[in-house]
Design a protein around this ligand. Structure first.
Ligand code: PMP
Length: 428
């Protein structure tokens, strides 16, 4: 049995940094990444046979936990029928219908294979539909690794201290306007300056790539109003929040807070694939008509709407619609967050935490931050020590303080209790 250390050394010889996605490398927190051999419900087991309670869930997709029987069965059946045809299948229609049923702001949806592809295509669609070049994004939001979106981005870019990627030319980012999250005045000023040139605003409604920061109601209200006034499209990036913070996603949550609220374009990923490569973007029919083969905005994919991925996504979406699913998941996640807050208070550690549905975040700060600059004031060394103490105790949190966490339906009361017991020791 190879150890994590041996595997990491071997991986680093053939894969840059030993990983296929940067944050997996543990560079920010130090130490050796765990090589995962298998998942079982709420747990993952590493190459050395050590078991962890998993609060990453593949960074969001595994809302049912690992190896849910109904999902496994659907995937196995689909795999026998064929992996990929490059031709339409009925299951793509079923998945599209299922997504549209749950997200009334969209009439049509296009399936792709990653969140990066979906946001990239949503931006191109917005530019094509409005015939305008510019768009607004917010500091600390991550929308995948398309050039024009890799500017002052969160997630791994924040972790490694290079919020704007090398290799992105000034030309590629010239039409990207970057503003502070939750800053209404900056948003108004940007619309006053660029309004007629703005194709869209893209935003994470609850930003999960600078840990967990909610868009405030005034901020979201202003965004919606300004987009409408200036003929720009509001693109909600729900790759992380979609079918994760609630059955209607973050847009349903904001529609409860802001009467009549709806985005123009929505982007999904993670949960809709249930752990398989699958993402989507959608909008009202008149916007989607701009996409090829109907319109002039080109977008395509060899594996788009993949038969095995759509089977996995469909089975997952069916499970999360069962009565009481989100009530139970939200309650479990709140138990974790409330418990962590209590344990931190017992130990006199400055701490704040928040959750929505099965997504949560915590900060070693006395108050919840509202933007990227505030998030950056967290004590990184303290976080790293906490992370490693928890990992040693068998609790697998995100190996960076700029990432949200995820609870699955497989997490039990005993798992939360074990996590809080470990946190009590770690924070001491
Ligand atoms: N948008 C958001 C909000 C995300 O969190 C992510 C990935 N974490 C992406 C887009 C990109 O998705 P992917 O990694 O599937 O390309």
């Amino acid at each position: 049995m190879a150890s994590n250390n041996e595997l990491f050394e071997r991986a680093a010889r053939v894969i840059p940094g030993g990983v296929n996605s940067p944050v997996r490398a543990f560079r920010a927190v130090g130490g050796t990444p765990r090589f995962i051999a298998r998942g079982e419900g709420a747990y993952i087991v590493d190459a050395e046979g050590k078991r962890y309670i998993d609060y990453i869930g593949s960074w969001g997709p595994m809302i049912l936990g690992h190896g849910h029987p109904a999902v496994l069965e659907a995937v196995q059946k689909a795999a026998v029928e064929g992996f990929s045809f490059g031709a339409p299948t009925e299951r793509e229609i079923e998945l599209a219908e299922e997504i549209l049923k749950l997200v009334p702001s969209m009439d049509q949806v296009r399936l792709v294979s990653s969140g990066t592809e979906a946001t990239m295509s949503a931006i191109r669609l917005a530019r094509g539909a409005t015939a305008r070049p510019k768009f607004i994004k917010f500091e600390g939001c991550y929308h995948g690794h398309t050039d024009a979106l890799l500017v002052k981005a969160g997630s791994g870019l924040a972790t490694f201290g290079h919020p704007t990627s090398a290799g992105v030319t000034p030309g590629a980012a010239a039409d990207t306007v970057v503003l502070e999250y939750n800053n209404v005045e900056q948003l108004e000023a940007a619309f006053a300056q660029h309004g007629s040139e703005l194709a869209c605003v893209i935003v994470e409604p609850i930003a999960g790539n600078m840990n967990f920061v909610r868009a405030s109601v005034p901020f979201m209200t202003a965004m919606r109003k300004l987009c409408t006034q200036h003929g720009a499209l509001l693109v909600l990036d729900e790759v992380m929040t979609g079918f994760r913070v609630g059955l209607g996603s973050a847009q349903a949550h904001y529609a409860q807070l802001i009467p009549g609220f709806a985005p123009d374009v929505s982007v999904f990923g993670k949960v809709i694939g249930g752990g398989m490569p699958l993402a989507a973007f959608g909008a009202r029919r008149e916007v989607m008509q701009h996409l090829a083969p109907l319109g002039g905005v080109y977008q395509a994919g060899t594996l788009s709407g993949n038969p095995v991925a759509t089977a996995c996504g469909l089975a997952t979406l069916r499970e999360i619609q069962k009565p009481g699913f989100f009530d139970a998941l939200s309650a479990r996640t709140r138990q974790l967050v409330d418990g962590l807050r209590t344990v931190a208070a017992e130990n006199g550690v400055p701490f704040s935490a928040d959750s929505e549905g099965g997504m949560f975040g915590f900060f070693l700060l006395p108050e919840l931050p509202q933007n990227y600059t505030q998030v950056m004031t967290t004590d990184k060394e303290r976080f790293n020590r906490f992370f490693h103490a928890m990992l040693d105790a068998g609790i697998y949190l995100a190996p960076a303080l700029y990432e949200a966490g995820f609870v699955s339906a497989a997490h039990s009361q005993a798992d939360i209790d074990a996590t809080l017991a470990a946190a009590r020791t770690a924070l001491r």
